[in-house]
Design a protein around this ligand. Structure first.
Ligand code: PXL
Length: 311
């Protein structure tokens, strides 16, 4: 079993950050250690909330982890509350992982053209630096614009998005996933860029005319879970886009649904079925073609692909 660590807040109510990452990554077969950065009564999209910062606790935890010689195969950072916490993510990467481990950064600091409540330009600059050391980053368009100094355009076309994604990779991130990407109305997905292969890919699926909180954290958790299960970036992103849609559908199916989080729980069987099917395909290919070709197996198109482009 792979052991990974995720560093983000725990919002007691309003499904996001740790309360979604943990069940999703567990369902995907990861032993998931957590470093809670803060405890909130509920996430910050509610009209009021408490915020108890845990930054001072983290160095003490890391001290004991060092004594215990804990190591992780991936570090996944989400919503962070301070520049010191960003520095602690780097410490985790440097001191608690092998060079082959994955650093996955969801900048989780902005949306809709502006920074979330409480975040500053200085924080954004520190996040940009962290992203430059990452293997995979998953910003939305607002975060990507902030980190590249690009004016935010909601109606930006594919070329506009590609340019931003490429510039993020030029800053150092090996793989960039621009979330919330679409070619037009009625669809949503992600645009990815793999720096080593110099390859853009886009995958989109149906966009329902609703907005729910917490879908970004679901998307990021599933993408990381897919990568840690050995899937290609393309297949991990397809799985994440499709599962996020399944969560939104499950939410809509309940007439008493909440605005503050999606029903990812009832969609978990779908996630596990897709995971099994992708792993099954990889094993079949391995049997047929021998172990040398195994790494190619997960690059086959997933079922239910709606719209895939390699450019
Ligand atoms: O989903 C990102 C997120 C995580 N944690 C907290 C948040 C948000 C977004 O608003 O408020 C506390």
């Amino acid at each position: 079993m792979k052991r990974i660590v995720t560093i983000q807040d725990i919002s007691c109510v309003g499904k996001c950050s740790l309360t979604t990452a943990l069940p999703i990554l567990s369902a995907m077969g990861m032993e998931t250690a957590v470093l809670p950065t803060a405890v909130l009564s509920n996430h910050t999209a509610f009209s009021s909330f408490t915020f108890h910062d845990l930054t001072d606790e983290i160095p003490k935890i890391l001290e004991v982890w060092k004594q215990q010689k804990f190591q992780f195969e991936a570090v996944y950072s989400g919503y962070l509350g301070s520049i010191r916490q960003i520095e602690l993510v780097r410490k985790l990467q440097k001191e608690f992982t092998e060079p082959s481990a994955l650093l996955f950064v969801d900048p989780a600091m902005a949306d809709g053209g502006s920074l979330y409540k409480g975040f500053t330009g200085q924080f954004a600059a520190a996040m940009q630096k962290l992203c430059s050391h990452a293997d995979v980053i998953a910003p939305n368009l607002t975060e990507a614009c902030i980190m590249t100094g690009t004016p935010y355009r909601e109606d930006g076309d594919e070329l506009y998005c590609r340019d931003i994604v490429k510039r993020l990779a030029d800053q150092g991130a090996k793989n960039v996933i621009l979330t919330g990407f679409s070619y037009g109305r009625g669809e949503i997905g992600a645009l990815t860029y793999d720096r080593d292969k110099d390859e853009f890919r886009a995958y989109v699926n149906e966009k329902l005319p609703v907005v729910f909180h917490g879908t970004g954290d679901i998307f990021a958790s599933v993408t990381l879970g897919g990568l840690m299960n050995g899937f290609s970036l393309g297949n991990a992103v397809r799985l994440a886009v499709d599962y996020t849609l399944a969560c939104v559908r499950a939410t809509m199916a309940d007439e008493h649904h909440n605005w503050y989080g999606v029903n990812f729980e009832e969609a978990l069987p779908y996630l596990i079925d897709r995971l099994r099917s992708l792993k099954g395909k990889a094993e079949n290919v391995q049997k047929r073609e021998g172990s040398q070709n195994k790494r190619d197996a997960d690059s086959r198109p997933a079922e239910n692909s709606v719209h895939t482009h390699v450019v």
